[in-house]
Design a protein around this ligand. Structure first.
Ligand code: HSE
Length: 338
């Protein structure tokens, strides 16, 4: 399986590392060898039909900040959609940064890949948050797979659990914590009585929050994940603009104290109900299984016959997201002999 990797930041580099490390095991267990043949970053690209030397590409990125300096086969061409269109690789892995304004360059990369008969695995939420129904239709029309396990829950398989483990069961409602950064901030505001600003600065120092943490603290990251779950699991044609979204910027240590007095904690909760979806801070009883601390994610699926089922796990991080991408690559291979 030849792979084009579009985006070579934390997740892209972690994926290269994991594939390099696990190549023999994957070949033995699943009968195919995933090989990265092209990488595009924001300043250039490198390509080798025989498979890139991953140690060398990681070293080049570290030393020069771009794969354009990869010996002999690197160039200053970063026109990812054009590179995808003209490549013979079977799969595009899209890990460019999430952007909820126009979803570019991820949206064009995914469209170019599907239009050219390539399967897509994306860890980038932007294109799905803004255009998921259209992209699923395009993939279906082209008889290609569009997979996105790493967009929700990092390595914790929330999407696969709901879509694959419960055939015949009806999921009525979904609610929970889907953003590690805000959960960390709220936890620190409560346990160490920090202000929102101080807790945010700490989350940034620890590398949880982005330099621009707007998407996390204003609730857009959680909302994008809710859109993805709603479309995929509950077959609703939602996009970001269909949701009511409130972030955590107005939460004070006092509000957290009030919650504590009634044995509850304030959490940023994403919800999908029968005919609406939303993101807002809510008081959650401490005894509720979704009331998890620190950077954990937790999601409760309310089902018609099996009751409430909650999945808890780490929801972010390069290596964890890479693990979800590998799952998607394996399942593409299992469905199509690429
Ligand atoms: N910023 C996200 C979080 C990363 O904090 O959960 C994973 O989508």
């Amino acid at each position: 399986m030849r792979i084009i990797l579009a985006g070579f930041g934390t997740v892209g580099q972690a994926l290269a590392q994991v594939l390099h490390q696990d190549a023999d095991r994957i070949t033995q267990a699943y009968g195919f060898r995933p090989q990265i043949t092209t990488i595009v970053d924001s300043q250039g690209s490198c390509s080798d039909d025989a498979g890139l030397d991953i140690s060398l590409v990681l070293k080049t990125k570290k030393e020069y900040g771009t794969v354009a300096r990869y010996p002999r086969k690197g160039r200053r061409n970063n026109d990812s959609a054009h590179i995808i269109t003209n490549s013979e690789a079977e799969v595009v892995v899209e890990t460019t940064p999430t952007n909820f304004k126009d979803a570019e360059p991820g949206l064009s990369n995914i469209k170019a890949a599907l239009a050219n008969g390539k399967h897509v695995v994306t860890a980038n939420k932007g294109p799905l948050a803004l255009a998921m129904p259209a992209l699923l239709e395009l993939a279906n029309h082209r008889n290609r797979q569009l997979r996105f396990s790493g967009t929700v829950g990092g390595g914790t398989p929330f999407l696969d659990f709901a879509a694959k483990c419960m055939p015949g069961e009806r999921i009525i409602r979904v609610r929970g914590i889907l953003n590690g950064t805000t959960n960390y901030i709220l936890t620190r505001m409560e346990t160490a009585s920090l202000t929102f600003e101080k807790a945010l600065a700490e989350a940034q120092r620890k590398g949880y929050a982005e330099k621009d943490p707007t998407n996390d603290v204003e609730g857009f990251d959680t909302a994008a994940k809710i859109v993805i779950i709603a479309n995929w699991v509950l077959k609703k044609r939602y996009s970001l603009r269909d949701l009511d979204i409130t972030g955590i910027t107005k939460i004070t240590p006092q509000k957290l104290k009030q919650a504590k007095a009634s044995n509850a904690k304030v959490k940023l909760i994403g919800r999908i109900e029968e005919s609406s979806a939303s993101v807002a801070p809510e008081q959650i009883p401490m005894a509720d299984p979704t009331c998890v601390p620190d950077t954990l994610n937790a999601l409760t699926f309310t089902t018609e016959h099996a009751g409430d089922i909650t999945l808890i796990g780490p929801g972010a991080g390069g290596e964890r997201t890479a693990s979800a991408i590998v799952r998607d690559l394996v399942s593409i291979r299992q469905e199509y002999a690429t």
